[in-house]
Each structure stands twice: as structure tokens, then as C-alpha cells.
Design a protein around this ligand. Structure first.
Ligand code: GCV
Length: 700
């Protein structure tokens, strides 16, 4: 009898084989192919009247990735239609229409995506923002500030003039293709902490080379500029934005750039921030600086993205400073200046309320800046999907023009007239084979592009698409229920929960910036060396003491709440209405304060840390069960990173709870496991290396 044959050892072996076989069939995959995998395709007949290099790329993509009927006919048309905006397009089952060749390319990628994931092929799609930009924090020596995926794809440490190889061009083409596939149309090629050397002839030659490769994919290049460039490079005695010699230097520089790169996008500027030079060094204002640069770029069609990321150590509340510094200038910037504002008022924390500048600046163009690289969210180690964070930020209601004045609508031109609309994401891309330092971090590059194209998409939909495109072994299985239930569902569920899990095991209930030193990785609620400026130390933010914990930003505290529109200000100010997720961002509360669950604040904090840690354990279990669906290489990479994540989440939980307990003096509640480590030990080590903390370390 069959049943008899498969008992004991043989049954076990059969089971093992069944488990291993599908995995054995899946080829090792280094992740380089991202979400652009053409597995089984069919021939297609395409006619297209446009002969541009970009239209040719659209044709090539359709031919390489066609999953419709073999021998089907497709028509590509470049023709304006009332319903098309910018590089938008109209898809029909047998045609793609756009007003520009790059619109055709976007349409082709969307068409293929819809074929693969099984979506409707009748659609008109227009971009939410005109400029959808990646900010590379790449230094000219090849390192990347806050980069966790290897060295720069643009720069390397070179003794002489920078060089370009065929391998560089190939990689840049792949990079441009991936960006075009999600609608990203610009890249700032160097760090906002900019070296003036980027504007030297040698470097501009290389920038031109990059621009030439990116152009057919619809991407423009931009540069971060150092405000003191006229002094360092031009040997002028000043960089005063009102000095005629300085203005002429920038004019000449702009002419030189546009001669080589006619579609150059413009400048990104970090001025008078974290030690960078700026107009205030000459008693001038942000308006003076930004408008001067805007005027030299304007004849060429260039824009200035002027960052609002400014704060000084002397202020009592860092969260208020950007608003205080920029609001008085509303309406005074040129039309081609866009103020680039980080999503929250501090700095890309696991969770922040939206920056009060969104919607408040009514006569100035404002663009959101997101961080794709996970500086504060576990680098390339922790599995954290950022789609949920960005959806939360974009959908935050500023109320500035009544209910529904979301951050998305305040920045995409639907509420305020803006000559230019834009969005920026700090890239997580490097030379690593998988581009992002981890396979799951590719989802964040993808999600940023998709939201920049359509800021109304949901994180769930994007995760679903990405998993199908990235992991489905044969794209036709995107519709296969075994694969959907066995892999797609658990993986998207894990992704959707991942950011909240991190918030819980790192800094729940509105806590923020409790990192050890400048690495911004592990916990350091105690970290406050005398030599480090206070606003770069966690006690400045959590304010834990015998009386409780949290930053009082209410009307009775620093009054940061008053920077929001009245409805929002009232909501945050009032303990009864303040969303729990922002509780300790806005309120300083006693340890015994009773939260919504009925627990004391102390118990709730303990519960959240425990819950976050437990979630990572569940992610591990989920992933371990998915081996049959994934190739070994990607399976093992994710598995080992999750192991490390669990370890580090434990360090976070233990470090924070043991430290806060020295003030609360309350016991760990039932259900909150006892710490594994001691406070003394954790305070003595660097939580990234788990080795003794080096004597000297920086801040931020
Ligand atoms: C590029 C934070 C980061 C810095 C970064 C800065 C910025 O402070 O830690 O590395 O510098 O933000 O956005 O300018």
C-alpha cells in the first residue's frame, strides 16, 4: 500500500525532497535584475512613427518583455491629447499614446508591468510631480554618506581627472533603465555636503558623460553645489551672493554647464546647515542666496532646490527651526526656486509628524524630501519597507486649505500654483551587485519611484506589485493561487508590518532620535558626551527623568504645535486628541500616565518594545517557511539579515528599557521578557559592532 511505503524514514526523505526540489530548480540570483525580469516572453509586432532614441528604447522594452499573445500588434503614437499631462500616457490593449517620446517609454514599462501583475490595460496615467528626482549623497572619492550598498556608481577615488569606462556606461544605462521603469526622471549626482570640485572642468566633463547616457531614458542630471565655490574654485575673496564678481562667476559657470549639457536640471543647495557655507556667512538671507542662483539658471530653464534642513545648537527645539527660518520669506523666492523640505521637522526618523512647512508656505514652491537609504531605519540590515512611511507622510492632512489639504496636494500643484513641482528621494544605490545592499531595500527604490509618479498609490498596492515582479519565478505565476497564498501574501504582510515593528522596537509612541552617536544605528538613550552638541544627543529628544518622558512641544512647552494650522495644532496640543503615535513627540508625561489601552505609560512602552521584537521573530519564521519559493542566494541573504535584525532589536529593547527604568523605577510588566543584556554592558559598546565604544565619536 502506498501509505505503507511512505512511512518512517522514507516518508521524511520524500517530504524533504518535495521541499527542496522547487528551490533547487530556482537559479541563484544576485538580485541585479531588480524588478525587471523578463522570463517567458512572446514575439510582438510594433509600429511606431517616432524615430527618437527614446522611442526605440520603448520598442525594445516591449519586444523583450512582451507577455501578451504571440504575434500581437501594438501601435505607439506620439500625439498630444487633452487628457495627457507632461510625460503621461494613454494605454489601450493595442496602443500606447503619449505626448512625448519619454511618455511612450513610461507607457511601455507600465504596459509590461500590467501584463505581468495582471492589471487592466485601459488606463490614462499622468505624473503627480514634474520632477521625480534621486539625490545621491555620493562623494567624489567614491564613498557615499549614509550609503549602505558599496561605493558610488558615479565617482571613484582617482588621482588625476575622473575617468569613464565602458563598464561605467553599461551600469549607468542599467541604472537609467530601472529609474525610467518607475518614472524617475532626474538624479543629483553628488552629496549635498558638496565639494566645490564638482564644478571643475574635469568633473563637469564626467557629468556630461553621465548625462549623455541618462538622456535617452528621460533622465536629467542635477548637481549639489557648495555655496563657497566661487572662493574655492574661482579664487574670489568672497561668496557674497550680492557681490557682482560672485554673480558673474556663477553666470559663467552656468553657461559652461549648459553648453555641455543643454538639458541640465539645476542645482541642489544645502546652505548654512551643519557647517556648510551659505549666504548667512555674509549677513545675507536664504532668499538672497537662492534667488541669485535662480537668476543665473533661469535663462537656461534650470531650477534651484534650496534645502530647508537648517538648525542651530542654541535653540531649545530643533523641530521649530526650519519653519522659523523660512516662513518669513514666503513669497520672496523666484519661481524657479523650490524649497526642499524633509518629510518631518527633525531628520528622517522612524516616525515623525509632517513638517509644518508643508502647506504653510503658500506663495513658494515646496517639494518633499524622503530618505530611501535607511540611515535611521536599520541601514541595509533591517527589513523595513518604507512605502507605509511615505504613504503616511503624503496623506498627512495639513488643513492649510481646509480638510483634505494633504502634504501630497500641497506639493504637487493641486492646491497652490507652482511653476515647478518636484519630489526628492535620497538614494540607496551603490556598486553592490544587488544595487541597494539588500534585496528588500530594492522595494524602497521601487516604491519611491511609484509614489513620485502617483502620490495617491497605496503602500499595499506597491508592495504587491514589487513582490510579484521581483520574486515570481515565472511571471505567469503572479496569477497562480499556490504562489499567491504561499509566498505573495505572507511576504507583503511582512513588508506592510515592518516599519511599525521597527518603530516599536526602536522608538515607539513618538520617541525619536535615541541613537548612539553619529552612526544612527543602535540605541544610545544615555549618549551625551560633553564635547558633542546637545541637539546631537538623545537626552535632548526623549527628556526622560524621574517625572516622566517625552518632549513638551505643546503650547505650554516649546509651542512647536503652534506652527501647524489651528485644527492640527489643537489636535496635537490636546492630550485627549493627540494621536498616540505622536504622544511623546508633543507631550512630556509621567510614567504612570494612563494611555488608551488602559496601561500605564511605562507598561505601554515596555509592551511596544516587546511587540516590536516579537514581530521580527515572526518575520524570521515567515521567511524560513518560504525557502521553497526563493532561490538560495536571495533566500539566505534575507535569512541572515533577519537573524541580525532580531539580535539588534533585542539590543534596542534592552538598552532603552533598562535605561528608562532607571527613571521610572517600575518593574517590567507581565509579558515583557527580562532583558538579556545589562545596561552597563550596552553603554560600553558600539551597538553596531558590539565592540567596546571608541573613545572619540561624532554627533548628529
Ligand atoms: C548629508 C543628517 C545626516 C547627514 C546628512 C544630513 C543632511 O544630519 O546624518 O549625514 O548629510 O542629514 O540631510 O544634510
Amino acid at each position: 500500500m502506498v501509505i505503507k511505503i511512505f512511512t518512517g524514514t522514507s516518508a521524511f526523505l520524500f517530504f524533504l525532497l518535495a521541499l527542496l526540489l522547487p528551490a533547487a530548480r530556482l537559479k541563484a540570483d544576485d538580485g541585479h535584475g531588480l524588478w525587471l525580469r523578463n522570463n517567458k516572453t512572446n514575439p510582438v509586432i510594433i509600429s511606431c512613427s517616432d524615430k527618437s532614441a527614446t522611442a526605440m528604447l520603448a520598442i525594445e522594452e516591449l519586444k523583450d518583455g512582451w507577455m501578451g499573445k504571440a504575434g500581437a500588434k501594438m501601435l505607439l503614437i506620439v500625439k498630444f491629447d487633452q487628457s495627457i499631462k507632461g510625460d503621461g500616457y494613454i494605454l489601450k490593449p493595442q496602443s500606447i499614446q503619449a505626448a512625448t517620446p519619454v511618455g511612450l517609454l513610461y507607457g511601455a514599462f507600465d504596459y509590461l508591468r500590467r501584463q505581468k501583475v495582471g492589471e487592466d490595460l485601459h488606463v490614462t496615467s499622468n505624473p503627480s510631480y514634474q520632477r521625480r528626482i534621486l539625490n545621491h549623497w555620493d562623494n567624489l572619492n567614491g564613498t557615499i554618506e549614509r550609503g549602505y550598498a558599496g561605493s558610488s556608481i558615479f565617482w571613484r577615488n582617482e588621482k588625476q581627472a575622473p575617468t569613464v569606462t565602458e563598464a561605467d556606461r553599461k551600469l549607468w544605462r542599467e541604472y537609467a533603465r530601472a529609474n525610467a521603469s518607475v518614472g524617475i526622471n532626474g538624479a543629483v549626482l553628488n552629496n549635498v555636503n558638496a565639494s566645490p570640485i564638482i564644478l571643475s572642468d574635469d568633473y563637469l566633463n564626467k557629468v556630461k558623460e553621465v548625462a549623455d547616457v541618462l538622456r535617452p531614458y528621460g533622465m536629467r542630471v542635477y548637481l549639489s553645489v557648495n555655496f563657497a565655490s566661487p572662493m574655492v574654485l574661482g579664487k574670489l575673496a568672497t561668496a557674497d551672493p550680492l557681490a557682482p564678481g560672485v554673480i558673474n562667476w556663477w553666470k559663467d559657470k552656468a553657461n559652461e554647464i549648459y553648453k555641455a549639457i543643454p538639458d541640465f536640471g539645476g542645482f541642489l543647495v544645502k546652505a548654512n546647515s551643519e557647517g556648510q557655507p551659505g549666504p548667512q556667512d555674509y549677513k545675507r538671507t536664504h532668499v538672497d542666496g537662492a534667488n541669485m542662483l535662480a537668476d543665473v539658471l533661469q535663462p537656461h530653464g534650470g531650477i534651484v532646490m534650496w534645502r530647508a534642513f537648517v538648525y542651530s545648537a542654541s535653540d531649545k527645539d530643533r523641530a521649530k527651526q526650519a519653519y522659523e527660518e523660512f516662513m518669513p520669506f514666503d513669497g520672496r523666492f523666484r519661481d524657479n526656486v523650490i524649497i526642499q523640505v524633509k518629510n518631518g521637522p527633525i531628520d528622517f526618523q522612524p516616525r515623525e509628524p509632517f513638517s509644518p512647512l508643508f502647506g504653510a508656505m503658500k506663495k513658494t514652491s515646496v517639494m518633499p524630501e524622503f530618505q530611501i537609504t535607511k540611515e535611521y531605519l536599520g541601514e541595509n540590515i533591517h527589513l523595513v519597507y518604507l512605502g507605509t512611511l511615505w504613504e503616511e507622510a503624503l496623506k498627512s492632512d495639513t488643513y492649510q486649505q481646509g480638510k483634505g489639504s494633504t502634504v501630497a496636494r500641497c506639493t504637487d500643484g493641486s492646491l497652490y500654483p507652482q511653476q515647478y513641482t518636484a519630489i526628492a528621494g535620497v538614494a540607496n544605490i551603490g556598486l553592490d551587485a544587488n544595487w541597494c545592499g539588500s534585496n528588500f531595500d530594492q522595494a524602497n527604490w521601487y516604491a519611491y519611484g511609484r509614489l513620485a509618479w502617483d502620490n495617491q498609490l497605496t503602500a499595499t498596492q506597491i508592495a504587491d506589485e514589487w513582490v510579484k515582479l521581483t520574486f515570481s519565478p515565472d511571471q505567469t505565476t503572479a496569477g497562480d493561487s499556490k504562489w499567491q497564498n504561499g509566498f505573495l501574501k505572507p511576504v507583503t504582510a511582512m513588508m506592510m508590518k515592518s516599519r511599525e515593528a521597527m518603530v516599536n522596537y526602536e522608538m515607539p509612541l513618538g520617541l525619536h532620535h535615541i541613537f548612539a552617536a553619529d552612526r544612527h544605528y543602535g540605541p544610545g538613550p544615555w549618549y551625551a558626551p560633553k564635547k558633542v552638541r546637545v541637539d546631537w544627543t538623545p537626552p535632548y529628544y526623549h527628556k526622560a527623568g524621574a517625572d516622566g518622558i517625552g518632549f513638551d512641544r505643546t503650547s505650554k512647552g516649546t509651542a512647536a504645535v503652534n506652527q501647524y494650522q489651528q485644527t492640527v495644532a489643537d489636535e496635537f496640543d490636546n492630550l485627549k486628541t493627540c494621536p498616540e503615535k505622536y504622544l511623546l513627540w508633543f507631550h512630556h508625561l509621567p510614567w504612570t500616565y494612563q494611555v488608551a489601552s488602559g496601561r500605564t505609560l511605562w507598561d505601554e512602552i515596555c509592551y511596544r518594545y516587546q511587540d516590536g521584537l516579537q514581530s521580527v521573530k515572526e518575520f524570521q519564521k515567515t521567511w524560513d517557511s518560504l525557502r521553497p519559493f526563493v532561490d538560495e542566494q536571495r533566500f539566505e541573504e534575507v535569512q541572515s539579515k533577519l537573524q541580525r535584525q532580531y539580535h539588534d532589536a533585542q539590543v534596542y529593547k534592552d538598552g532603552c528599557l533598562l535605561y528608562f527604568q532607571t527613571f521610572s523605577k517600575m518593574p517590567f510588566p507581565p509579558g515583557c521578557e527580562k532583558p538579556i543584556y545589562t545596561l552597563d554592558y550596552l553603554e560600553s559598546i558600539d551597538p553596531f559592532t558590539m565592540e567596546k565604544f571608541p573613545a572619540s565619536n561624532g554627533g548628529q
